[in-house]
Design a protein around this ligand. Structure first.
Ligand code: GLC
Length: 428
């Protein structure tokens, strides 16, 4: 499958789900997912042999590199010891609560110790179990631990022919199930299993029901995504933020590549990242933001810079993000919103100057303050408009300034126009 085919497939999947068979685990889903919903912000890590080339994680497919040639990269992959500790420290600093690392991407190279193949880190260049290092590093910083695992496999000889040859399918499905079993048996408690790309089979071919049943049997508290052909516990909009009517997590790159791509300098600004986080929090979604470490495991400096800035903001403004509840107000050209209880958080992206205003708020505001400092903000309110006044000329917080507006009920906004209709303005 080409990357273009894949992207088309993803676009199609963003539409209404085919009548999906429910994975097991329905009954206790709420309990299993509580921490995840509260967490809101996670770190995605794409790391593998493609990092050695530094030209995106699809390089093998997109440059047509033969398996025998690509395999040689495994001898050139020599990460520094415990590189994952820096990732976990950075994730913690950034205010992220969980991590999801590629244990095996489409290239087929396993970063974990597998009895089912020699094409794995302990028996190739690295000479170590990189998944073990990752799990220990993440746990050490109090992070929840997620495993990304690609079903599609460009290295396994049956990875493509399984679609047309049932004996190949049998071998390949046993291999995949076997590796998932290894991953969920050998590393202690795992919090998230993040399947990817089910090409070229469908759920029935992958035996996905059985796969998930095994997963829940090995890790009763785990949560799984929806990319093995079943609904799983959460949906996975990719590179866009679109709320669904079920649990969802938007995964996004920080530049334009998941795997390390040396020349990709199209970095999102810290403000864009915060803004995306707010957009997710507004609709109770999670934001899984990617880093693509270099082959030695070091994190590109721009990613460190961005996540550090976001982390400083999160330190001051985290209460507006973690545990956010569904927020109805959403109409402003310079701010985004999130909510917890009766508190409406107004996140100002483009600072308007000495007065900020919001039209159509249907609640009485009881108090207004800067979330970062707790400092009171003066305000007045009539039936159409809330005005926050006496503000500094320059935005006091960076990259986004957040107001906490305590309301007399669950915050609700209507268009000023409809408010005018409901409460006609008194004649002067
Ligand atoms: C797609 C891409 C892959 C990336 C993933 C992250 O599946 O094929 O490279 O790992 O998206 O969501």
């Amino acid at each position: 499958m080409t990357r273009r085919d894949y992207l088309q497939l993803m676009a199609a999947a963003a539409g209404p789900l085919a009548p999906a068979i429910r994975a097991s685990g329905d009954a206790d889903r709420e309990t299993r997912m509580k921490w995840w919903h509260e967490a809101r912000f996670g770190m995605f890590i794409h790391w593998g042999l493609y990092s050695v080339l530094g030209r995106h994680e699809w390089v093998m497919e997109n440059e047509g590199i033969p398996v025998a040639e690509y395999e040689q990269l495994a001898q050139r992959f020599h990460p520094k010891p415990n590189a994952a500790r820096d990732w976990a420290r950075l994730a913690k600093q950034a205010g992220q609560k969980y991590m999801v690392m590629t244990t095996k991407h489409h290239e087929g190279f396993c970063l974990f110790d597998s009895k089912l193949t020699d094409y794995c880190a302990p028996r190739q260049g690295p000479g170590r179990d990189l998944v073990k290092e990752y799990v220990e590093a993440a746990r050490g910083e109090g992070m929840r631990v997620g495993f990304y695992y690609s079903l599609m496999d460009w290295h396994h000889p049956d990875g493509a022919r399984c679609a047309t040859d049932d004996a190949a399918r049998r071998r390949f499905v046993d291999y995949i199930h076997g590796q998932i079993r290894e991953l969920l048996t050998n590393y202690g408690k795992i919090d998230v299993l993040w399947y990817d790309v089910a090409w070229p089979l469908k759920a029935a071919g992958w035996e996905s029901e059985k796969m998930n049943a095994m997963v829940f049997q090995l890790q009763p508290e785990i949560i799984v995504n929806n990319r093995n052909g079943l609904e799983g516990d959460f949906a996975t909009p990719e590179q866009h933020i679109t709320a669904g009517n079920r649990a969802w997590e938007s995964c996004m790159t920080m530049n334009d590549s998941w795997g390390y791509q040396r020349a990709d300098d199209n970095w999102k600004t810290p403000r864009t990242v915060v803004r995306n986080l707010v957009t997710c929090a507004h609709d109770t979604g999670n934001y899984l933001l990617n880093i693509g470490p270099r082959p030695d495991g070091s994190i590109p400096e721009d990613s460190v810079r961005i996540l550090t800035a976001v982390g400083k903001w999160m330190e001051r403004n985290g209460p507006a993000i973690y545990r956010s509840e569904k927020c109805q107000p959403g109409s402003s050209d310079y701010a985004g919103f999130s909510r917890q209880g009766n508190t409406l958080y107004m996140h100002v992206y483009y600072w308007p100057g000495d007065t900020a205003a919001l039209g159509g708020l249907m609640n009485r505001v009881k108090s207004a303050r800067f979330l970062a400092t707790g400092k009171e903000v003066k305000f007045d309110q009539d039936q159409f408009r809330l005005r926050l006044t006496g503000l500094p000329a320059k935005a006091p917080d960076d990259p986004v300034t957040t107001f906490a507006l305590e309301c007399d009920g669950e915050p609700r906004q209507e268009t000023t126009e409809s408010v005018r209709k409901q409460r006609p303005r008194l004649k002067a």
